[in-house]
Design a protein around this ligand. Structure first.
Ligand code: AMP
Ligand code: ZN
Length: 474
């Protein structure tokens, strides 16, 4: 069996990976907060842990791995987006979740086994918080529940900070109900306009960190193998997850291996809206950059190094992939059952690179060599294994995004939801003629808007739906 070595943030060492149960290797990765399109940086952990998921499945068997990645669908950023757009939280989170899945499929990421939404696990979070209070690790104050960091001696061990360092360096929210400024929120009160659930501490909503602890416990158990995410999450998010989980289940150790990808930059600078170098995965796809090119560029840098997205790298990747997708060279496998073929022909050197702490740039060098030497079977199987569908040479003949990754109904839903948002805004400004114009225009395009009692609006397609008329309304 291939020996996998992984760099463990917890021990700061590259270690031989030994699963707790090799019949069920378990991995949890922090997923997106769903209120907007995934930016290019968000795709990095998805691709990195997709490679690890593939490696684990290859080594331990496809049915012997459980990979969980959550959706954070309760968060103040989502509430703010709903308030400013006039749309419901449900619409925003459902739409953004769908976008995320499509965009990540376009960059070749396999779906995890479980993709839990935080709002589906509120009772489990409440019960974990109750347990923490009962054990003296948390306290209720003014409708809030806070985790008492001083009750957990190892707090700060993952990121290597002491509580005093943290207080000095962090922008901590000072609040009168906190016993220690580093104490963090497990539960907070919600007013009538904010999503909330009944709890022993009144109507409220969970803090961010508790959701991952609760969902990981439910889906993977108290002790599991690998926990991942971007290194911006190491502190405080992962530190807090560890504190919560280890105090709620003191008999176990939570995750054995912690893995963190470094950040993505653009042309040497932090990606930011103010620098004008901020873009989403969808922006690139819409500009005609194939998902494979994005994936290839990401894999060309080791996940523990900062990675720089540049136009030059994008162009070079596109050139390489065009060459690799040469139908004359790779037609050799076109009629072979892919999975059986792949398993048999994945190149040992590619495997060795991946097994050495996911050395994806090394694996890509091996692909170059296999291609150059004409080892086409190994080349195709290994490229496909890395999620580069080298055998799918059809891809580059298409001029636009394949239908599968952008179903028409999602585009329609986006447009309709935007228009419904504009109508709600017009109504709130008492501009009823504009509101009616939008409603009638939608009906003319074959979409009937229904107003609900709670002030939100739904919609349905009626006869004679006409996409062109819908477009014209934008
Ligand atoms: P967020 O929705 O901001 O919580 O981020 C979702 C995931 O994307 C987390 O694992 C982050 O660490 C990761 N992430 C955010 N920004 C970047 C970036 N610039 N480079 C790499 N990973 C990032
Ligand atoms: Zn998390």
């Amino acid at each position: 069996m291939t020996t996998i070595k992984l760099h463990n943030t917890k021990t700061r060492q590259r270690e031989v990976f030994t699963p707790i149960d090799d019949k069920n290797v378990r991995m949890y990765v922090c997923g997106p907060t769903v209120y907007d399109r995934a930016h290019l940086g968000n795709a990095r952990p998805v691709i990195v842990f997709d490679v690890l998921n593939r490696l684990l499945r290859h080594v331990y068997g496809n049915d012997h791995v459980t990979y969980v990645r959550n959706f954070t669908d309760v968060d103040d950023k989502i509430n703010a987006r709903a308030a400013e757009s006039g749309r419901s939280i449900g619409q925003i989170t459902a739409e953004t979740t769908q976008w995320f899945l499509e965009d990540m499929a376009a960059v070749g990421a396999l779906e995890p086994d479980h993709m839990p939404r935080a709002t589906a696990y509120i009772p489990q979070m409440v019960s974990m918080i109750e347990g923490l209070i009962a054990k003296g690790h948390a306290y209720a104050a003014e409708g809030h529940v806070l985790f008492a960091v001083e009750s957990y001696k190892k707090y700060g061990a993952l990121s290597g900070r002491s509580i005093d360092d943290m207080i000095a360096g962090a922008r901590v929210e000072v609040a009168p109900y906190k016993r220690n400024p580093m104490d963090f929120v497990l539960w907070k009160p919600s007013d009538a306009d904010t999503p909330g659930w009944d709890s022993p501490w009144g109507r409220g909503r969970p803090g961010w960190h508790i959701e991952c602890s609760a969902m990981a416990y439910e889906l993977l158990g108290a002790h599991f193998d690998i926990h991942g995410g971007g290194n911006d999450l190491m502190f405080p998010h992962h530190e807090n997850e560890i504190a919560q989980s280890c105090c709620a289940h003191p008999e176990s150790e939570f995750a054995n291996v912690w893995m963190h990808n470094e950040m993505l930059q653009v042309e040497g600078k932090k990606m930011s809206k103010s620098l004008g170098n901020f873009f989403t995965v969808r922006d690139l796809l819409d500009q005609g950059v194939p998902g494979e090119v994005i994936r290839f560029v990401m894999l060309s840098t080791h996940y523990r190094k900062p990675m720089d997205w540049t136009d030059k790298k994008r162009d070079e990747a596109e050139k390489t992939l065009r060459e690799w997708n040469n139908p004359d060279r790779i037609s050799i496998v076109s009629d072979t059952a892919a999975s059986e073929f792949d398993r048999k022909h994945i190149d040992n050197d590619v495997m060795d690179c991946l097994a050495e702490d996911l050395n994806t740039p090394g694996a890509i060098s091996v692909l170059h060599r296999l291609f150059k030497d004409g080892n086409m079977e190994q080349f195709v199987a290994s490229a496909r294994y890395l999620g580069l569908p080298a055998a799918d040479f059809e891809y580059f003949r298409k001029s636009s995004i394949p239908a599968m990754t952008e179903p028409i109904n999602v585009m329609v839903a986006n447009t309709v939801n935007d228009l419904i948002g504009a109508r709600a805004k017009a109504k709130s400004e008492r501009n009823f003629s504009e509101a009616d114009r939008i409603r009638d225009g939608l009906l003319g395009a074959g979409i009937r808007v229904t107003d609900r009692k709670d002030g939100t609006s739904g919609w349905e397609l009626v006869a004679d739906f006409d996409p062109a008329k819908l477009e014209a309304l934008k």
